[in-house]
Design a protein around this ligand. Sequence first.
Ligand code: ADP
Length: 417
Amino acid sequence: MDEQIRRQAEVHPIAGVTAERMAELAGPLGWGDACRLLKLDEAIAAVRQFDLFAGLDDAELAEVGKLAYECSWSPGVEFIHQGEEARNFCLLVEGQVALEMEVRLGPHSPPRRATVEFLNPGHALGWSSLVPPFIYTKSAMAVQRTRALCLDGQALRNLMQRCPRIGMLVMDKIAALIASRLEHQSNMLLYFLSIISHELRAPLAAVENYLQVILSGYTGPLTTDQQTMLERSVLRLEETSRLITGILDLARMQPEQIRQAFEPVDLHEVITEAVEDVQLGLKQKELALTLDVPQQLPPIIAAHGRLRQVLTNLLSNAIKFSPAGSQVWLVVRPCENKLRIEVTDQGMGIPRDELDRIFEAFYRTRGAAGTAGLGLGLSIVKRIVDAHQGRIWAESPYPSEGRGGSRFVVELPLNPQ
Ligand code: ADP
């Protein structure tokens, strides 16, 4: 038998995968210095090792085993490439794999490779082969000589559809795994954030203090040019500090954390505090704020400080994007089991096609370019409202009253779960 015929005839006893298919897998994807089919009992024993398939009976393990083959890679071989079609799901048997991602810090910097995680025996990779759009989100490189049990993602998906019990058991495991990884990732995020807040914020504040001392003339007289440059430096520092505070606020703002502060709140108190917060802005732009709030309001279960932040941010925006001398309204209406809060202004308004986007982090409308801001305030507001199981949206221009300007509407349930 010549080599070609021999390879075609060498078929996996059950899976029906030809040696040619194996070569195909091993070839263009750089799959394995060695790729080998497994005998069925070998495959079942290998699959049984993984927690992902715990709970499957022997017949079900055999179904999964039929799809399994084994690949190994030498150190340094990258066998999964970020951005490519995700075809394979792998369970590590031996060795170590580095997961790498291309990161780009800003639109003009060149992309860099960052190692985001190391995987060891027992870990799985290639999850993207199980979920649309079936594109690898990270690259994988063997750090040591590595051996893995591989399953064709499409074949595994078909099996889970054909045998719903297998699908349910595996999906259950995947969901638990994702939940624990998510928790791990958010703990890491909080850890990094606390480092950032100490390592960046503290020196910034110190530099700002020194500059203020110099500006006050304490260290000697300044020329006009020096004065101007130092004042600009202070402004840039303040902007950077605000950016850091905003990012930290946004990242730390977990719904559970907000809900921990839930208590019966008197909205009148919150409104008084928020109005105090924006008093200076109102005065500087000579804006008239009209409050239309009923005397009797039902108590609402909410996080007092966060609710104040919602009102302060919305009022600050109304002030910021309004012409001097115009009007701002704060209206509160109880309706059924909800409170409806509206902040309305006569300002520059929001283009219709940008109404939904303004709640995204860092999004600023075309018209906002000349106004100070980072585009974080509304995304923070939305997170707070979401944690209260409320709704927020913007209307602009609100046609019913025939004026320009914007209106932000917040609906909060009186008793969130
Ligand atoms: P920032 O105010 O710092 O830019 P926000 O997240 O609070 O960030 O707002 C995002 C964008 O939404 C603003 O840049 C602006 O384009 C638009 N916006 C928010 N409030 C108003 C408003 N009252 N009138 C007009 N545009 C607004």
